[in-house]
Design a binder for this molecule. Structure first.
Ligand code: AMP
Length: 218
């Protein structure tokens, strides 16, 4: 795979940490390509593809899709994204150490130098409260919080719905899964990881993200 001048930012954080909001901020202000495995998998479900049929129940239950299936979806879609030669923001991937190792093999050793990792750190009780009130646009996948009023997306006019995996019990299960499987990914990238406090206001979080990403020299 071609890796010359390739820059990749990995966005880590528990479910509901605000990764979607941060990703949108980076798209709007830094022109990155948003590569979200959650969105890719939801598209597979929406289009009732072979993968979609397999993963539908898993997405709804709050569990993680197998490394094998996710890695395949990533490899297929990343090839296309790489040809755009822009900074790629990986959101929701890698979510396990095995996926991180797979990413190393997909690119190759030289990518490791251009890889930046940003982690949004939040208290889990804060996440439960936030995620229970979250809604997502069915057309453009933009995320809206408890304070956002109205039934329509302010970006594209699409209908806002609650994600099936944003139910409180499901969120708690996702947090346990996060701690068990995804937290070790932070340790895997310890030499290049920058943490942001995600418990602050949206404005403060985004301001801190901007400061950090400006130093990433993308
Ligand atoms: P997200 O939109 O990132 O919260 O992802 C929604 C759901 O998609 C997750 O709860 C998982 O079921 C699945 N998913 C997304 N990315 C991954 C991944 N890298 N590994 C395993 N499952 C994933």
């Amino acid at each position: 795979m071609v890796t010359n001048n390739l820059k990749v930012v990995i966005l880590l954080g528990a479910p509901g940490a605000g990764k979607g909001t941060v990703a949108q901020h980076l798209v709007d202000n830094f022109g990155v390509i948003h590569f979200s495995t959650g969105n890719l998998l939801r598209n597979e479900v929406k289009n009732a593809t072979k993968v979609g049929v397999v993963v539908e129940a898993i997405l709804g239950s709050g569990g993680l899709v197998s490394d094998e299936v996710v890695n395949e979806v990533v490899e297929i879609n990343l090839q296309r994204t790489l040809s755009e030669k822009r900074v790629i923001l990986l959101d929701g991937f890698p979510r396990s150490v095995d996926q991180a190792k797979f990413l190393d093999t997909v690119f190759n050793a030289c990518l490791r130098d251009s890889l930046r990792v940003l982690e949004i750190d939040v208290d889990h009780e804060f996440v439960v409260a936030r995620v229970s009130g979250r809604r997502v646009c069915i057309k453009c996948a933009a995320t809206f919080g408890i304070d956002d009023r109205g039934d329509r997306c302010s970006r594209c006019g699409g209908e806002l719905t609650k994600r099936p995996d944003d139910d409180e019990e499901v969120v708690r299960r996702r947090l346990i899964e996060y701690q068990r499987v995804t937290l070790p990914v932070s340790a895997y990238y310890a030499d290049r990881l920058v943490k942001i406090d995600g418990n602050l206001s949206r404005e403060d979080v985004l301001r801190n993200v901007t400061d950090v990403v400006e130093n990433f020299d993308l």
